[in-house]
Design a protein around this ligand. Sequence first.
Ligand code: CP
Length: 307
Amino acid sequence: MFELKSLIDITDLTPEEIDELIATAEDIIENPDKYREKCKYKKLATLFFEPSTRTRLSFEAAMLELGGSVIGFSESNSSSASKGESVSDTVKVVSCYADIIAMRHPKEGAPMIASMRSDVPVINAGDGGHNHPTQTLADLLTIKREKGHFDNLTIGFCGDLKFGRTVHSLINAMVRYKNVKFVFISPQELKIPDYIKTEVLDANSIQYCETSSLEHYMSELDILYMTRVQRERFFNEADYVRLKDSYVLTNEKLQSAKEDMCVLHPLPRVNEISVDVDDNPRACYFKQVKNGKYIREALILKMLGIE
Ligand code: CP
């Protein structure tokens, strides 16, 4: 059993702790009845200052399936943040009511500030273009179940690699495994940030290449991680409109891919994966959604110190 006060960044977890979470999630999948009352009398607060479907509802479903209950809000306008209350005060107050908090905020670093003020564990459910550690846990559980291992994988990331917090978090997680290679597929304006290249990729001697072509490296990939061009991260609508349809994955483009390549996407999707691909055996993004609930159950149990 590991001790984790809060989860702000995926590197707050060691690879061994991630293995432990994955093992628990797989046990929950196999033996759901064993876990039905594990969180009886415990409360999760979901504080979402930014919209969400998957992350908020999967956290809530996870807590309900563990026998606990849920309080919270799904937009800042329905909380006293709209009256000018600070994140610190909001979290201090909510930690008087709940045993654990999952928080999403448009500002990078807000969940970290919250964790310093809270009396209960805080989970970062996505902060601006920075991090999304529980999406990464869902991604890792999916990779483990589909590929069986994390070493020796070539992963293509496609789309918004500049603002994509799910991309940044998954890179941080994957650089800790052996012989992992990355292909970064993006338009010039949405390339992976320089600080990730120097502080994460170069610092860990990771092999990577950058391209604007979705097709060029397709046959070499074990995983293709598609992402949405995020309207909410642009300052200028014209730039968003120009870039939004940069990539559209179709069955035709997948013809050169390995038979067992996995297509992942944190979702929501807009146009970047054609709906025809949903029936392609390589499409794993709805499995990824399901896995997100199980790994969040495992995380809640671990962070509350429940065996
Ligand atoms: N993957 C993800 O974070 O989705 P939501 O924005 O719907 O939570």
